[in-house]
Design a protein. Structure first.
Length: 377
């Protein structure tokens, strides 16, 4: 029995060798597979005749580069209104509602002031009472000034703004008037007259009411917010520019802006150049003044500024430029794709840079990708 064991082991080893050989024979050869794929890829290369291609030989010409700038239109003036006096808001011809337009000098809000007017008139009467009481002393002690003070009292008109006091003709007369509280009462009244004007808020410019927080009949107090107005005749545009472009601008320079939403152009004039660089964008805010029909706050406008740099550009048909801003060129009888940068869009062509002189731009339109295709004679 022990003599059979070596014999069995030998038979087992022989069987395993035969099995491994058969398995290796059935596996495909990797090198032969790679060669087959390579042959298939080479077979898929499309051959195009050169005579069937429409070619454009590039001839670049120098062109001054321009920089695109953009920004949103903002009103030149935006004002938040606050009450400086107390009272109820009166009805007026113009509704104090968001969206209402107004012109410069028109009353925006009128606050009830009857009670304050009566108090003011009481103070004027108190001054008149003091003056009439000292007229006899003025006539006897300061005769040369009596006529002007008498005329002042005679011409006093109730309900009207207080006229300026006559000038004293001597220090003694001035001291006499001061001791009788004439100047004190006078300036108290003038202060109240200034306050009376604050019961009516007048439009400082032609504009639009953009927001309100009160309505007719509302009781307002000093310091209370009433609403917000903005200028609708004069606007500004803030555009962030690289330092190299901003350094070429001066106050008064003009740029033409246009909108992608509506037709028309607007001329912007540089009015301010910020000295602070935005740390997040490394741009400098430049402000343009704008005005004209069709402008609205919030509009997005674009414009171009000519720079001192020049670039070699060439004109190609619109159809030759792909969506990814590239063109097909013929290079050593092989169709390749080259990225370009559009500079300007003309009526039926596009100015691009990034092509070399003598490059052959393919103008044909293909239904299938042609990059890498060989061109035959």
């Amino acid at each position: 029995m022990k003599q059979l064991v070596p014999f069995v082991k030998v038979l087992t080893a022989i069987a395993m060798s035969v099995f491994m050989a058969s398995c290796s024979a059935t596996l495909p050869d990797e090198s032969s597979s790679a060669e087959a794929v390579s042959v298939e890829e080479k077979a898929a290369v499309v051959l195009v005749k050169k005579e069937d291609l429409s070619l454009l030989e590039v001839k670049n010409s120098p062109r001054k580069q321009s920089s695109l700038i953009s920004g949103r239109v903002i009103p030149r003036n935006t004002t938040q209104l606050f009450a400086e006096v107390q009272g109820k808001i009166k009805p007026s011809k113009r509704s104090f509602k968001a969206g209402s337009n107004f012109r410069k000098g028109e009353p925006l809000i009128e606050i009830e002031r009857k009670e304050f007017e009566l108090s003011l008139e009481s103070q004027r009467a108190a001054l008149l009472n003091v003056l009439t009481g000292i007229l006899p002393d003025i006539k006897s002690d300061y005769a040369t000034s009596y006529e002007q003070w008498l005329d002042y009292v005679k011409t006093y008109d109730f309900g009207q703004t207080l006229a300026s006091l006559p000038d004293p003709k001597s220090y003694e007369e001035k001291f006499f008037l001061t001791s009788n509280q004439v100047y004190s009462l006078y300036y108290q009244i003038k202060s109240l007259e200034e306050r009376l004007d604050k019961y009516t808020i007048v439009a400082p410019y032609t504009g639009t009411i953009t927001a309100t927080t009160v309505d007719v009949g509302s009781l307002v107090s000093p310091g209370q917010a009433l609403g917000t107005i903005s200028n609708r005749m004069h606007y500004e545009l803030e555009a962030g520019m690289p330092l190299s472009i901003a350094n070429q601008l001066q106050i008064g320079d003009q740029v033409t802006f246009k909108s992608n939403e509506i037709a028309g152009t607007w001329t912007g004039r540089v009015v301010r150049i910020n000295n602070l660089i935005d740390p997040s964008t490394q741009n400098i805010p430049v402000y343009f003044s704008l005005q004209g029909k069709g402008l609205r706050a919030g509009m997005y406008l674009e414009g171009e500024i000519a720079t001192n740099k020049t670039a070699a550009v060439t004109a190609i048909p619109n159809a030759a430029l792909s969506r990814d801003e590239s063109v097909l060129i013929l290079e050593k009888d092989v169709i390749t794709r080259k990225n370009v940068q559009p500079i300007d869009f003309l009526t039926d062509s596009i100015l691009v840079k990034g092509l070399n002189d003598s490059d052959l731009v393919i103008l044909n339109q293909f239904d299938i990708p042609m990059e890498g295709s060989k061109v035959g004679m």
